[in-house]
Design a protein around this ligand. Structure first.
Ligand code: SF4
Length: 308
């Protein structure tokens, strides 16, 4: 299936999104932090990223969801810094520490092409929300040099709907994480009381753009929404209401990865309510909730777990 961005390049939509996103970056309102700094002039706001995107690492990744990995891996590009900065982040050095190398649009295009050349089934943009303009700017050169695999927008769910509209017809697969349901918890974890409402709006918009996840005959995803949710200790994430929202307001056919890998890291270490991993029972309960709500399209690894 042709990647959406190729048509957007031909019909001028991609160029319009590039121009608009750069205007926003000059008084940055790309995400709900609304820092209003001039990143075109290299000022930095909450995400500490100026004119150029910073890449921490890239390569074929085999730990992602089954429809992204296939036989040759998902072509992940890890962007440094983040617009959320959860206190328990498992990639603390990259997101909080900003480890990485600034790249120009041409260099980012070459990274995408290199991943495609290595057989990756997609370009998996990890933590992309604060570098939307830089990603868009890299695409024309990448497309002209032959990029054709799907683009995956792999984000934390803290998005502005109007920024997502810049990606309409350009991103093929959205892979957001729905992290917290309770505004107070979101505030405590990343200083964003509005996270739950922003995430709900973002999920509706993403699903409007691309629909449910669609797979090719070989089981590889080419378009649609793939949702992640990390179960947290003591029900902190609000797994129940999040799953209910997905089942009732997005689609019962949502492809879902319910993750069990929460580990106390960074600022979560030593905190009584979140200083431990989740229990077997907490995870089993989350999977059961999904089943009871009719969310049966679980990532293959979860299905294996269910039948253990
Ligand atoms: S993208 Fe960065 S600078 Fe822009 S509003 Fe968000 S956090 Fe602030």
């Amino acid at each position: 299936m042709p990647a959406a961005y190729r048509e957007a390049h031909q019909n001028g939509r991609l160029q319009r999104s590039i121009e608009r996103s750069l205007r926003w970056m000059a008084k940055c309102t790309l995400c709900p932090r609304f820092c209003r700094v001039n990143r075109v002039q290299n000022q930095v706001g909450f995400c500490r990223t100026g004119r150029l995107a910073v890449v921490a690492s890239y390569g074929p990744h085999f730990g992602e969801e089954s429809p992204l990995v296939g036989s040759n891996g998902s072509g992940t590009i890890f962007f440094s810094h983040c617009n959320l900065l959860c206190i328990f982040c498992q990639n603390y050095e990259i997101s909080h520490g900003g480890e990485g190398v600034p790249v120009t649009a041409g260099q980012l295009a070459n990274i995408m092409l290199d991943l495609q050349k290595r057989g990756c089934h997609n370009i998996n943009l990890v933590t992309p929300s604060h570098v939307i303009p830089q990603i868009l700017e890299a695409l024309p050169e990448a497309i002209e040099k032959g990029l054709k695999v799907p683009l995956v927008y792999n984000c934390g769910g803290y998005e502005r709907v109007s920024a997502l509209r810049l990606l309409d017809g350009i991103v093929d697969i959205y892979m957001p994480d729905f992290k917290f349901w309770d505004p107070q918890v979101a505030d405590q974890m990343c200083g964003t009381r509005d996270y739950p409402e922003r995430a709900r709006q973002a999920f509706r918009e993403m699903h409007r753009q691309v629909g449910d996840l669609q797979l090719e005959a070989g089981g590889i995803a080419w378009r649609g929404l793939l949702v992640r949710h990390l179960v947290m200790p003591s029900g902190l994430a609000g797994t129940g209401p999040i799953l209910k929202f997905l089942a009732s307001e997005i689609s019962k056919n949502t492809y879902l990865n319910i993750m069990d890998q929460y580990r106390p890291c960074g600022g979560a270490l030593g905190k009584p309510h979140m200083g431990r991993s989740i229990t077997h029972d907490e995870y089993a309960e989350a999977l059961q909730m999904a089943q009871d709500l009719g969310l049966k399209r679980l990532d293959k690894r979860l299905k294996n777990w269910l039948f253990l």
